[in-house]
Design a protein around this ligand. Structure first.
Ligand code: C2E
Ligand code: CA
Ligand code: CA
Ligand code: CA
Length: 281
């Protein structure tokens, strides 16, 4: 009994300690990864549902782990957020994305009516100094105005709507547009849509997945598209994986989509190949 009891306690402690130490281990790994420049960006084309033209891209972060290979952000963004590392990494993503964008613009690969979208985490967006950092970045890396977009979730608003609107309006005067990401998954998407100066809404892929066989999801997506259009917004469907989904959202009037059906997120060189292949058509 004594043996068993001790084992149980140890098991319990180990289990909790395990979680904490795993988090700390990863935090250390992420610190080092950032210093050693093991983060990289990939790009997922955003496609016009009617013309099939590339209208822009979303920047997505990747961690190239020396042993484990390429790691997706779902596994480490939460740790970046809780540790505060997201502030430095997020600023790096913005700078790196602007450098890449400017280089494509200088080479004539990136048209002036295309936009590059960068994900901004709530913590990064709400940080005092965020606006100054963005403005300084744009001064250092002078991209063509109106070619940068920021994807935010309603998580940015949790504290202060007025402040959020102020930040967005200030950055809008710098030629930055905003997209409301993961639309429909939060608690108050619709009320924020009314109040925030967003140019586009992105319908979360959880709504798109089942539209071929789920009537309720079809009704939801069709209604979101119609509402968004009436509000004068651009509508982007996320996670389009097949022709059936594409045909449906196109019929609903959805302007743009992203998803494996067109292309998974790819490295910069592959993205350029996609751009030039589409142009050659
Ligand atoms: P998100 O912003 O909603 O990005 C869309 C995610 O869906 C990406 O996952 C993308 O690879 C994936 N995806 C694209 N097309 C398809 C498809 O057809 N089917 C399926 N099943 N998935 C598809 P990823 O790259 O793993 O990123 C996950 C999340 O991590 C992103 O979700 C975003 O919230 C966050 N994230 C990524 N990069 C950054 C970043 O630079 N900064 C911040 N703050 N968050 C980022
Ligand atoms: Ca996004
Ligand atoms: Ca999304
Ligand atoms: Ca998502």
């Amino acid at each position: 009994v004594k043996e068993k009891g001790r084992d149980a306690i140890e098991f319990f402690n180990e289990d909790m300690a395990d979680k904490v130490s795993r988090q700390l281990l990863m935090e250390g790994d992420l610190h080092r990864a950032f210093e050693d420049r093991h983060f990289e960006l990939c790009y997922q084309p955003k496609i016009d549902t009617e013309s099939a033209k590339v209208v822009g891209a979303e920047v997505l972060l990747r961690w190239r782990h020396p042993e484990k290979g390429l790691i997706s952000p779902g596994e480490f963004i939460p740790v970046l957020e809780t540790s505060g590392l997201i502030l430095d990494v997020g600023q790096w993503v913005l700078e790196e994305a602007c450098r890449q964008l400017k280089s494509w613009q200088d080479q004539g690969i990136w048209q002036d009516d295309m936009r590059l979208s960068v994900n901004i985490s709530p913590r990064q967006f709400r940080r005092r100094g965020f606006v100054d950092d963005v403005i300084r970045t744009l001064q250092q890396i002078p991209i063509v105005p109106h070619t940068l977009d920021m994807e935010i979730t309603e998580g940015v608003v949790i504290q202060n709507v007025e402040e959020t609107i102020f930040t967005m309006t200030t950055l809008s005067t710098q030629g930055i547009s905003f997209s409301l990401d993961d639309f429909g998954t939060g608690y108050s998407s619709i009320s924020y849509l009314k109040r925030l100066p967003v140019a586009a809404l992105k319908i979360d892929q959880s709504f798109i997945r089942d539209i071929p066989h789920d009537r309720n999801d079809r009704v939801l997506v069709e209604t979101i598209v119609a509402m968004g259009r009436l509000l004068g917004l651009e509508i982007v469907a996320e996670g389009v994986e097949n022709e059936t989904q594409l045909a449906l959202i196109r019929d609903f009037g959805c302007h743009y989509y992203q998803g494996y059906y067109a292309s998974a997120p790819v490295d910069a060189a592959t993205f350029v190949q996609i751009l030039t292949a589409v142009e050659a058509q």
